[in-house]
Design a binder for this molecule. Structure first.
Ligand SMILES: CCCCCCCC/C=C\CCCCCCCC(=O)N[C@@H](Cc1ccccc1)C(=O)O
Ligand SMILES: [Zn+2]
Ligand SMILES: [Zn+2]
Length: 512
């Protein structure tokens, strides 16, 4: 090798070594100095004078609520009589709310409830706590440890459909307001309680109508809090502490029907391709072609940064240096369904129908695909992607339902409402970190976009990964302690909203 070439290689190696040393230094410095986003407000204790205990009466009210079979089956098909009975039960169970001159109650869309609790200072913008009255059906009843509509108490847990989705927040909000009013207190800021009756089938006749009513009344909310992500225990890799996840955005949705119509006929004289075969190839292509991994562009990235300082060293190093390791973390995210759902638009094949008889070639095959769209993508982008992937004019696409991803609500120290939520969560869950994230399922908040630019989705309940299948699944349950925390969470949120110290600390948005 010529001496000139040798020298060049030597210099190149030296430059590379210096560059690597510099990168390593930056990685170490960032790991050591990465900021903490957590706060430590005073903990809420059972000895506090304004602690709401899960006493016999409150537990009896909650278990009774679980016994109402307020099931939604499909769009427009629910259980109207049971909803009416449940509404009557609510009316009788919370006498202070329903007798208070401060409270106006409206039944909206026949079965949804909208309460307005008048604040003492009309100059302050109101806010809204949302939940829903309906539940999904309970299947596999025989596999439940206690019947799904029993509200049975077993080993410290209340069993039943709706215990974590979402009658605990519905009843929790009502208990909090009842407690507040029965102590003769009036909030400074007006608050709304909005309870839709068909969230589980898209909210078309409940939340949508609530939103119309509020829009007609010209209301704008300082913030809205609806059902959402839980306090995760062991859900985030590399974090041993619990992490309360506040969803500051919600994925969009695109439900597509795919249809192939071909000639059918006798199974003894088949053609080379059938409707079933053509459709199978199309959906198999879609399943094999995931939408791009968007890690690094949405709240899923910030979620990691919010807990970075509490992570084990390898994770902490990666998370504090996403400028370098983002592709690696994106790959890690794609490996598990829960994190994969946060990082990209997902594709779920939910229905496949064809054929009527063993020896008849079906002239028709249909399938349904349920996409959940990443906050940085759109319905149009997803449609275009799918058409390109399938690339077969024999496969007809039609849209069953679509919703764009939500706007992202403000979060972090610059947002007083987010900080109010964070601090309230840490009062009730003192061991938990708090982080923003994206809601991968959909909620009634879709209809509330025009009412507020600060919409949050949170479920005040600790959940491990083994609890997640209980959502819409078998053995849905909540511990008595968790229900107690839910009631106190809403009560403290209401009180904190009027607490000058907390507001002063973060006050620099006009709406607060
Ligand atoms: C590190 C990862 C942490 C991620 C944690 C994820 C925790 C997930 C927690 C809860 C998920 C379950 C709650 C989902 C509730 C969504 C409510 C729902 O099912 N909505 C329906 C709405 C709908 C829309 C259109 C037609 C019918 C119904 C839905 O999304 O399908
Ligand atoms: Zn729900
Ligand atoms: Zn649900």
């Amino acid at each position: 090798m010529a001496r000139g070439t040798q020298r060049l290689i030597f210099v190149a190696l030296k430059v590379l070594a210096v560059a690597l040393a510099l990168v390593l230094m930056v990685v170490i410095i960032r790991t050591a100095t990465f900021p903490s986003y957590q706060t430590s407000p005073p903990e809420c204790k059972p000895t506090d004078p304004d602690f709401i205990p899960a006493d016999q009466d409150r537990l009896a009210r909650f278990t009774s609520a679980i016994r109402f079979r307020t099931v939604s089956y499909e769009r427009g098909v629910g259980t109207p009589q049971e909803l009416s009975r449940f509404i009557q039960f609510i009316r009788e169970s919370f006498p202070t709310i329903h007798g208070s001159p401060l409270v106006r109650r409206q039944v909206v869309g026949n079965y949804s409830l909208l309460y307005r609790v008048a604040g003492s200072d009309a100059s302050l913008q109101p806010y809204m706590l949302a939940s829903h009255l309906d539940v999904v059906p309970a299947t596999e009843e025989a596999n439940w440890e206690a019947p799904p509509f029993s509200g049975q108490l077993k080993d410290g847990y209340i069993y039943g459909r709706g215990t974590i989705d979402i009658k605990h927040t519905l009843m929790g909000c009502l208990e909090a307001v009842e407690f507040l009013l029965s102590r003769g207190r009036q909030p400074k800021r007006t608050l709304y309680l909005a309870f839709g009756h068909d969230e589980e089938t898209g909210g078309h006749f409940g939340a949508k109508v609530i939103a119309d009513v509020l829009t007609q009344q010209g209301e704008k909310m300082a913030f809205i809090l609806d059902e959402g992500t839980p306090v995760g225990d062991g859900l985030l890799p590399g974090v041993s502490k619990q992490v309360a996840l506040i969803s500051v955005a919600e994925k969009g949705g695109l439900q597509l029907r795919l249809e192939v119509d071909e000639e059918g006929g006798h199974a003894s004289i088949p053609r080379s391709e059938s409707a079933i075969g053509i459709l199978s190839k199309a959906i198999s292509k879609l399943e094999d072609s995931p939408h791009p991994n968007m890690f690094g562009t949405g709240p899923e990235t910030r979620m990691l940064e919010y807990v970075a300082t509490e992570m084990t060293l390898p994770y902490r190093m990666l998370t504090s240096n996403l400028w370098l390791f983002s592709p690696l973390v994106a790959w890690v995210y794609s490996r598990k369904p829960q994190t994969n759902a946060l990082a990209r638009t997902t594709t779920a094949l939910t229905r496949f129908n064809a054929g009527v008889k063993d020896n008849v070639i079906s002239p028709r095959a249909t399938a349904v695909i349920d996409h959940r769209i990443h906050p940085t993508s759109s319905v149009e982008e997803v449609m275009e992607f799918d058409l390109k992937v399938v690339n077969d004019p024999r496969v007809k696409f039609s849209v069953i339902n679509s919703r764009q991803p939500s706007p992202t609500s403000p979060y972090g120290k610059d947002s007083p409402t987010y900080m109010l939520l964070q601090e309230t969560i840490q009062q009730i869950f003192p061991d938990a970190l708090v982080a923003p994230t994206t809601m991968v399922g959909n909620t009634d908040t879709l209809y509330y976009w025009n009412l507020s630019s600060a919409i949050y989705r949170f479920n005040p309940c600790v959940m491990t990964s083994s609890d997640l299948p209980r959502f819409h699944g078998v053995n849905e349950r909540i511990s008595v302690k968790s229900y107690e925390r839910a009631m106190n969470f809403y009560y403290h949120l209401i009180v904190n909203m009027d607490e000058p110290l907390i507001l002063k600390r973060y006050r620099h948005e006009d709406d607060l």
